[in-house]
Design a protein around this ligand. Sequence first.
Ligand code: LLP
Length: 427
Amino acid sequence: MTNTSVSEMMREFESRDGQMVIGGKSAVEIADEFGTPVYVTDEKRLRENYRNIHDAFSRHMDAKVHYACKANTNLAILRILEQEGSGIDAVSIGEVRTCLKAGFSPDRIMYTGVNVSDAELKEVSDLGVMINLDSVSEMERLAAIAPGYPVSFRITPGVGSGHGAKVITGTKGAKFGIPLDEVIGTYARAKDLGFDIKGIHAHIGSGGQSVEPFMDMMEVLVDLVNQISELGINLDFIDMGGGIGVPYRPQEEEMDVGELAVNLTDMVTEETDIKTLILEPGRYIVCDTTVLLTRVNDVKDAGTKRYVGCDAGFNTLIRPAMYDSYHYVAIANKFGKACTGKYDVVGPICESGDYLAHDRVLPDPEEGDIVAVYNAGAYGFSMSSNYNSRPLCREVLVNDGKAELIREAESVEEQWRHQIIPERLRR
Ligand code: LLP
């Protein structure tokens, strides 16, 4: 490891009297006080993660971190990142407006949509938020809506990376970006249309654990920057997207972010005149800040399998069901106790695919125990749903031993609020 290394293993938590502690507070006390299921976010860790990634890159060149808020859009979490000086990567008008509400000024937000409507282009451009265009169609439509607007282009680098097939975005033929062989022609057309062309962007995918694909992507980008300058277009920035993976398993090592930063910034400064590098980490910033606490309702021995039945399922955390993602689980009130058997940790949704963890050794799970699901800060709450008419759950922020509610639990009544029973069906 080099001295620029900031790499780590999966996050571990302190134990106090056999109880798991997060942000200086007992997880069981939080579950008792606020109810379950509940996402619990550690403010100190959030600030540390932001500073780690920002410092890793900005010690080498002007680097701007645009937090990919799709990972977690809680307003309190956004407020903390706004205080830290972060920018934003937003994918929809909803995310843009949420970040404005959290106090980000429009010039700190970059909008990267896909298959965007004219109405959304109009709304985003009226707000003065920079637009990263995903297609020739989007460019032509924006030219009519907001002539001369500041833009960059997302290109398809022909390089992919990610924790699974569903989250790899950069390979040839992908849904995202300008195909490589059309990039130069598109920049030339954008110049003719009179756009204020600021940069170039690529995102290879999400949750990859190796440095090499980022290097391969950057090679493509620097080559394009130099070809684009031959058109008389001098770009201000390269945006390398997000996708930095984090460790989800014990003993799994984090990607060496220090090494990533040195290698990428060296390539940019040595091979181009680009002054600013933008990066869009989502998972890296929020993932290990948060645990999901869920209470055990039911324990069942089904002969070939034993089940720990909790009050959170794929309505609350969909990643295991959707991507077969691994999330480490522990019993917060039996923290560090010897494990007695192997269990599947499952939820209250009426589908066999509803699970949080398969085949985990746990210390004698019982009704009333609190299961902590690790690494739940990224794409946890933000992908949760009302399936089975289960209300969206609470979120809590912890700092220095104090816990504050940052989202109330939804009520069942709230799920009815947009539904209309036609007059003729009323009773
Ligand atoms: N920039 C762009 C253009 C993106 O599309 C994404 C993620 C990011 C940045 C942030 O990627 P990150 O640093 O968080 O890996 N729901 C999936 C992840 C989908 C990510 C989509 N785009 C999951 O739960 O793993």
